[in-house]
Design a protein around this ligand. Structure first.
Ligand code: ADP
Ligand code: MG
Length: 227
């Protein structure tokens, strides 16, 4: 079912692993941080998607779990971020609390070279009040589950007018969990001028519908054989 997508800006690709991050237009502090973390070479999904996303394009990326998708979108949203503007500029939607926390940790690691970037994880199953308090103190990046993010938007405790990057991570799992309407609600609250990145391990019909509604001229990267 590899042809399910209506988008075909980039053919299926198996980009060579192993290109160095220093071939990318990343800030010197970010390059240094990647070296310190031992991220010396890009994984195939990173090598295929970062040149596209760092050029500002929307992206649909299909690749297996464990292929390094988090850094692919984290480096993009961190590059888009203005640390001096204390407002939510990036939102990452994830299917579960556990995944949201993993993504938050990975963004924190990658942001370490930059000063004072505040990242909040907002998931269902936690009481609202502490989350509302944290939001009152402000954040640059929010990671969360669709239902809880929608809840904060409805209450007005989260504003997305400064958002420049929206990420739908593990989009197929979010659809399996019945989050299509919540994701749609959240995406409609985002400024139309933004970069939207969609990551998914598989490509069921709902992904195409999400992409058609909420991505703008997306380029597509599919990595079929991964290890
Ligand atoms: P996915 O989201 O595709 O399932 P992750 O983003 O969670 O994969 O990455 C899997 C693991 O690989 C993580 O532990 C991450 O720190 C590590 N990793 C990602 N990119 C690199 C890289 N370029 N070099 C070394 N390790 C990496
Ligand atoms: Mg992931």
């Amino acid at each position: 079912m590899t042809d399910a997508s209506p988008f075909s800006a980039i053919p299926e690709t198996n980009a060579a692993a192993g290109a160095s991050f220093n071939t990318l237009p990343l800030a010197p502090a970010m390059q240094a941080n990647l070296q310190q973390l031992g991220y010396l070479q890009m994984t195939p999904i990173q090598a295929a998607s970062l040149p596209i996303t760092l050029a500002g394009h929307d992206l649909i990326a299909q690749a297996k779990t464990g292929s390094g998708k988090t850094a692919a979108f984290a480096l993009t949203l961190l590059t888009n971020l203005n640390p001096r503007r204390f407002a939510v500029q990036a939102l990452v939607l994830c299917p579960t609390r556990e995944l949201a926390e993993q993504v938050t940790q990975e963004i924190r690691r990658l942001a370490r070279g930059e000063d004072n970037i505040k990242i909040l994880s907002l998931c269902g199953g936690s009481t609202m009040r502490p989350q509302i308090n944290s939001l009152e103190h402000g954040a640059h990046i929010v990671v969360g589950t669709p239902g809880r993010i929608m809840d904060h938007l409805e209450r007005g405790s989260l504003q997305l007018d400064a958002l420049n990057t929206l990420v739908l991570d593990e989009a197929d799992r979010m659809l399996d969990m019945g989050f299509f309407d919540d994701i749609s609600y959240v995406a409609k609250q985002c400024p139309p001028r933004r970069q939207t990145l969609l990551f998914s391990a598989t490509y069921p019909d709902g992904i195409g519908r999400l992409a058609q509604r909420f991505l703008s001229n997306p380029q597509e990267v599919k990595l079929l054989e991964q290890h």
